[in-house]
Ligand binder design. Structure first.
Ligand SMILES: Cc1ncc(COP(=O)(O)O)c(C=O)c1O
Length: 481
């Protein structure tokens, strides 16, 4: 037998290259504003620059890092740029990256408590902290009947909530025999499409997801919800799930959770609250009114990977009755048998979501919370809201533009008075310039620009510059017929 390390990297080389990677990342953030925010790569450019075949012999780490710089960076859209205002943010922070690195280093697969007790217990603990930090109901604490789990995305959480609601409504018969075609679900016409996707995957069927009408502020109308439920009940259908949104993707509309929750309680329907981005705002007591009534919800989810400085992926999903979720998703498997599970004294998170295997995501969340402290997180959330409100005020004062929807937090929806073509042109030119990145939505059929403030390095000067660039492109329109 040989005692050579084979082809593995040695600990000494790992130390050296690891430091180089940390330096590279720190440098990247120092020069991030020098890159065009949106990648200028054309389809196929990146693949064309890569060798057709894998290397027969291992290469040096220096060569790999060099290729990241030369081949990969041109194909990166800089989500962490302070000039990134598109979609919803997917922000980040150094403490989060370090937690992620440790998670990779430990290489834990935390499907069961027994496969790494710290992976499960830290997660349970940090999710209980967050219940307090966000002013969520005690019912979501793991010390009672509920509890929280980290999932990959809000889409997965919506699906799990729908599955649990489906099973509760059918006394677990759907799990056994499949859906009988009578189940119905409800969400607003402005909800994220992940709810529709969940309805398809869960066997409810897209046609049985009622897209409830919204009011003038794009929030779900409780009267329309109640009417749709009654109509379905009269027709012998089985309403099983409602999804309310705190901060819709399109315009950051706030569904009235309390009124929706009261209807769900009346009819015994599972209510899920999707607060993917805006849930983070509840760190600040002054923004908690947006989730008023959340104690009536059966489940709730928000994404620290959007606005809470925790790198993708990290979604927090809470249920008030963990049994309903676990009974929906747990599977009997001899190979996973262990004494801790058998004792009933531990949580096995494999039963709380779709995959079996799971990463140690709680580490990065723990690092973020410990680094910033609650006050630090609040400071940055408030700052983002202030910057967005500054931009919204400018839109209100600017005769060529109008606000297209209320701007309750950090998203501003606005448009130029000259209509769709003009707004499209402004957005295309801004994005092609590399100076900033905006995306759009349609509100009442009209193309509307969205500016969302949520990147950790964004400051007043960046928002001022965005405003100036938007004005320049609007001025250029004067020369267009
Ligand atoms: C309200 C809302 N729900 C769900 C999602 C989907 O998020 P994820 O990528 O975590 O599935 C988004 C994404 O922007 C969202 O805004």
């Amino acid at each position: 037998m040989t005692s050579k390390p084979g082809h593995h990297m040695t600990p000494d080389d790992f130390r050296r290259h690891g430091k180089a990677v940390v330096d590279w990342i720190a440098d990247y953030y120092e020069r991030i504003e020098s890159f065009p925010v949106v990648s200028r790569a054309k389809p196929g450019d990146i693949r064309d620059s890569l060798p057709a075949n894998p290397p027969e012999h291992g290469e040096s780490f220096e060569a790999m890092l060099q290729d990241v710089e030369e081949l990969i960076l041109p194909g990166i859209t800089h989500w962490q740029s302070p000039n990134f205002y598109a979609y919803f943010p997917s922000n980040n922070s150094f403490p989060s990256m370090l937690g992620e690195m440790l998670s990779a280093g430990l290489g834990v697969q935390g499907m069961l408590w027994a496969t790494s007790p710290a992976c499960t217990e830290l997660e349970t603990h940090v999710l209980d902290w967050l219940v307090r930090m966000l002013g969520l109901p005690d019912a979501y604490l793991s010390t009672g009947l509920g509890g929280g789990v980290i999932q990959d995305t809000a889409s997965s959480s919506s699906l799990c909530a729908l599955l649990a609601g489906r099973e509760r409504a059918t006394q677990f018969a759907s799990n056994e025999r499949g859906c009988d075609g009578r189940l119905t679900a409800y969400t607003s016409s402005h909800a994220h499409f992940c709810v529709e996707k969940a309805a398809k995957i869960a066997g409810i069927g897209r046609e049985n997801l009622r897209q409830i009408a919204v009011d003038l502020d794009y929030a779900m109308r409780p009267d329309a919800l109640a009417a749709a439920i009654r109509k379905d009940l009269d027709a012998g259908r089985v309403p099983c799930f409602v999804c309310a949104t705190v901060g819709t993707t399109s315009s950051n509309a706030m569904d009235p959770v309390r009124a929706i929750g009261e209807i769900c309680r009346e009819y015994g329907i599972w209510l899920h609250v999707d607060a993917a981005m805006s849930g983070t705002a509840a760190l600040c007591p002054e923004f908690r009114h947006f989730q008023d009534g959340v104690e009536l919800a059966d489940s709730y989810s928000f994404n620290p990977h959007k606005w809470m400085f925790t790198n993708f992926d990290c979604n927090c999903f809470y249920v008030r009755d963990r049994k309903a979720l676990v009974n929906t998703l747990s599977m009997v498997a001899d190979i996973l048998y262990n004494r801790a599970t058998e004792s009933g004294a531990v949580i096995d998170y494999r039963d709380w979501h779709i995959p079996l295997g799971r990463r140690f995501r709680a580490l990065k969340l723990w690092f973020v919370i410990r680094h910033y402290g609650v006050e630090g997180l609040r400071y940055h959330v408030r700052r983002h809201v202030e910057l967005a409100q500054h931009f919204a005020k400018w839109v209100r004062d600017e005769s060529r533009f109008e606000l297209a929807a209320p701007a309750p937090l950090n998203l501003v929806c606005f448009r130029h008075y000259r209509g769709d073509a003009a707004n499209q042109r402004i957005m295309d030119r801004l994005n092609a310039s590399g100076d900033l990145y905006l995306t759009h939505t349609r509100l009442d059929g009209r193309l509307t620009l969205r500016l969302c403030v949520g990147q950790w390095q964004t400051e007043l000067r960046h928002v001022e510059r965005a405003r100036q660039r938007i004005l320049e492109e609007a001025a250029a329109l004067e020369h267009v017929a």
